[in-house]
Design a protein around this ligand. Structure first.
Ligand code: NAD
Length: 310
């Protein structure tokens, strides 16, 4: 399905990124496996080339083509090098899977400036950095081809933490929401070059979620519904030529289920009697409106978390 295409997968030394890189390679893609290899899931510890190199070696051992890149996607120059490595090694870049991420959970009243900055930097700026250089590459390629569409695909990684609210993750939920904004903006900007940009909200048992989801169930009952292996088929499909009409979309994916999310729609509309609302007038319409609704209904949609399957 991806024969001859070249993909960059960020944060592919472990967890979901690793599963995605292996899957794209199995479908015929050349893969640049990026990971800065720091041991802590909060991004702490020394950088190491080992996680990215091990996954690249695993792909090559299975007969695929892969190159490792030990770099930090939140660094603008290192993101430039990552995209250049794909183009220099394989001749072009076709697929960018933005997946690298860290966690520094804390309630908002206790969060430090560093916990906020680090998480927003890796997720949101990290997604922007690679997108910036991949987008320039595709625009150049399309122009060189007289404006013809190119095979350019971006799959971003958001989270249900953004969709449903997550009390202990103000930094993470904000960054993941920002990634949805980046996705729709970039989708609109790159549509004319034939490039699609979508976001997934995965759910999987990795080191990032081991204290939320716990240990895997005992073997024998089929594939664990939270195995990372449920996520890569959607990434591969969105990366393929077959998905050329799908852009600016958000999906929730886990356990053999893919849910297509919709943007918030207007739930109710109130008009001022005069030119402008007075606060008292808003009290007269909004207080009764919300009195009939369960707390949290509406924009903050807790039902997303009930999409669980398996
Ligand atoms: P993980 O910790 O297993 O893997 C993340 C990888 O990213 C690690 O190998 C890490 O070294 C790498 N990384 C982190 N920062 C980096 C940087 N600046 N540059 C390069 N590499 C970097 O976590 P995971 O569960 O596989 O998460 C992958 C993505 O999926 C993340 O964006 C995460 O927020 C998202 N996500 C995961 C879940 C889940 O249930 N696991 C749910 C929602 C979203």
């Amino acid at each position: 399905m991806l024969n001859g295409a070249t993909a960059v997968v960020t944060g592919a030394g472990r967890g979901l990124g690793r599963a995605e890189a292996l899957a794209l390679a199995r479908l015929g893609a050349n893969v640049v496996v990026n990971d800065y290899g720091r041991p802590g899931r909060d991004g702490s510890g020394e950088a190491s080339a080992a996680p990215a190199e091990e996954v690249a070696a695993e792909i090559r051992a299975a007969g695929g083509r892969a190159t490792a890149h030990c770099g930090d996607v939140s660094d603008f120059e290192q993101a430039r090098e990552l995209v250049a490595l794909a183009v220099d090694t394989y001749g072009a870049l076709d697929i960018l899977v933005n997946n690298a991420g860290i966690l520094r959970d804390r309630m908002v009243f206790s969060m430090t400036e560093d916990e906020w900055d680090a998480v927003v930097r890796v997720h949101l700026k990290g997604h922007f950095n690679t997108t910036r250089f991949a987008a320039a590459h595709w625009r150049d390629r399309s122009k060189a081809a007289g404006g013809a569409p190119v095979h350019g695909r971006i799959v971003n990684t958001s989270s249900e933490a953004f969709l449903a609210g997550s009390a202990g993750q103000p930094n993470y939920a904000a960054a993941k929401g920002g990634i949805v904004g980046l996705t729709t903006s970039t989708a609109a900007a790159l549509r004319k070059y034939g490039v699609t940009v979508n976001a997934i909200c995965p759910r999987a048992r990795t080191r990032m979620t081991e204290d939320v989801f716990g240990a895997a169930p005992a073997a024998g009952g089929g594939l664990d519904p939270l195995a990372p292996g449920h996520v890569p088929p959607l990434v591969a499909y969105l990366a393929s030529r077959a998905a050329g009409r799908i852009t600016g979309q958000v999906f929730v994916v886990h356990g053999g289920m893919v849910a297509v999310m919709e943007r918030p729609r207007v739930g109710a509309l109130f008009e001022a009697k005069g030119d402008v609302f007075a606060a008292e007038e808003l009290d007269a319409v909004l207080t009764p409106y919300y009195a009939e609704r369960a707390e949290g209904e509406g924009f903050a949609a807790p039902e997303v978390l009930r999409l669980k399957r398996g």
